[in-house]
Design a protein around this ligand. Structure first.
Ligand SMILES: [Zn+2]
Length: 453
């Protein structure tokens, strides 16, 4: 397929050389000086040091000698098509005002905002819309990027086999009708297998389900059970039958244990824990996404501004200390952590790298934190063969950063510091050369607020 068009073939065989100041390769070793990376087409052909590696003649040179080179980042958990909080004061108004078709445009825009901030891969964990599950639409955005007709990061999008009354069901109002073209909820192992098959047929890359209550819904306790082990096993088995992973939302120690027993592929969120759940996850090697961005005081303030009901804000504050404690316990126990933010229902998409700053505040070394958003994340998404580290043969997803994130992790969340974002050998964001390429053309925040007077 790659060689399908002559034009594309020429583009792919282009040879580029990046000269950097420092290299963080994603493997966790020490930062090296004066790296030279040779890229042929989409992939890394050679890595060496200045003066040692012979640069191929005629290659296009990208001079990033003042900057740190590191792998493109991945966010394993976000909601790109969230009600558009950028253009609405009140997200509860926007859920009924914005059509899924318009949400697709927002999804693409949000994905591009992340690409500009150094995220070359995103795993989108879906959305309930006024018209049902957002699966066909998310697949279309992914496919438009893959086809090269829109610039954006690599996307993985999900189908959502969930039960009646689960956390993800309650992200729609209780009173909303639920007879959509695509099945929204099902109960019992066989019905859930059917729902999973239907969403996979629509083109989903993975399954996302909900095993316990959650935080962002009004009158639901976060510690309720959302399905039986038998139902969870059916979903995971169905995904695996089609070579697709399952991501499982869970807040409680019991739901974490169910996830280990059912062999889910990633555990989403860390809120509550007990000794047994921590040991079981560690021994299983299943990666967990912390989604701490969703739990800070700042997140609560932002949610208050966009019309989040008081009872949800109170619940968010209540689970906050448990979350930070569980993060520390899981990190110290050696559980594999893959970066996930849960950004979406707040107008701050693009600031995803602040998440790993929170990990450092809670005791991780900056290098470990960088690995959660590179090597660990790529492995969690089954992309470790091609992404997550800068190594010969891997896809050339490479960033040039002003500053050294291994010393100061906060540099990654500042837009001015993201000097180059290369995805598969192409520098889509390039503030190094005279041509100055960027993806987003409008000034952030310059948009019209639709529900303003
Ligand atoms: Zn989420």
């Amino acid at each position: 397929m790659d060689a399908a068009s002559g034009g594309q073939q020429t583009k792919q065989s282009k040879t580029r050389v990046i000269r950097g100041g420092r290299l963080i390769d994603g493997n966790g070793g020490p930062v090296t000086k004066d790296p030279v990376i040779v890229i042929e087409g989409k992939r890394i052909k050679a890595i060496g040091a200045k003066g040692e590696l012979k640069e191929p003649e005629g290659a296009e040179v990208i001079d990033a000698g003042k900057y740190t080179l590191m792998p493109g980042m991945l966010d394993c958990h976000l909601h790109l098509a969230a009600f558009n909080c950028s253009t609405f004061n009140n997200y509860r108004v926007s859920i009924w005002e914005v059509t899924p078709q318009l949400q697709m445009m927002y999804m693409l825009f949000h994905a591009q905002m992340c690409l500009e901030m150094g995220f070359t891969t995103l795993r989108d964990l879906g959305r309930a819309t006024s018209r049902g599950p957002f699966v066909f639409e998310a697949c279309a955005v992914r496919d438009a990027i893959n086809a090269g007709i829109h610039v954006g990061p690599r996307l993985q999008v999900c189908g959502r086999p969930i039960i009646t009354g689960s956390h993800l069901d309650l992200t729609l109002p209780r009173a909303a009708a639920r007879n959509f073209d695509l099945t929204f909820t099902a109960d019992g192992p066989w019905a859930l297998r059917g729902l999973a098959r239907e969403h996979l047929r629509a083109g989903a890359d993975l399954l996302k389900t909900s095993v316990s209550g959650g935080g962002g819904t009004a009158d639901e306790e976060p510690d309720v059970r959302n399905m039986t082990l038998e139902e969870l096993e059916a979903i995971v088995d169905e995904g695996h039958a089609f070579h697709k992973p399952t991501a499982a939302h869970c807040f409680t120690a019991e739901s974490h244990k169910m996830c280990v027993r059912a062999k889910v592929d990633t555990i989403e969120h860390m809120v509550f824990h007990d000794k047994e759940s921590v040991a079981m996850i560690r021994d299983s090697g299943i990666p967990v996404t912390p989604t701490l961005s969703h739990r800070t005081d700042h997140a609560i303030e932002v949610r208050a501004k966009i019309g989040t009901p008081q009872n949800i804000l109170v619940k968010m504050k209540k689970i906050q200390p448990y979350t930070f404690e569980t993060f520390k316990v899981m990190h110290q126990a050696g559980i594999k952590i893959a970066m996930g933010t849960d950004l979406g229902p707040e107008p701050e998409i693009g600031t995803n790298a602040k998440e790993i700053g929170l990990y450092v505040n809670l005791g991780m070394s900056p290098m470990e934190a960088i690995q959660t958003a590179t090597k660990n994340a790529a492995e969690a998404l089954w992309l470790g063969k091609d992404l997550g580290t800068i190594e010969t043969g891997k896809l050339a997803d490479i960033l040039a950063i002003d500053g050294d994130p291994s010393r100061d992790i906060t540099v990654l969340a500042v837009k001015d510091n993201i000097k180059m974002v290369m995805k598969e050998g192409e520098p889509w964001v390039d503030k190094l050369s005279a041509q100055h390429r960027c993806v987003i053309q409008c000034e952030l925040g310059s948009w019209k607020i639709i529900d303003n007077a």
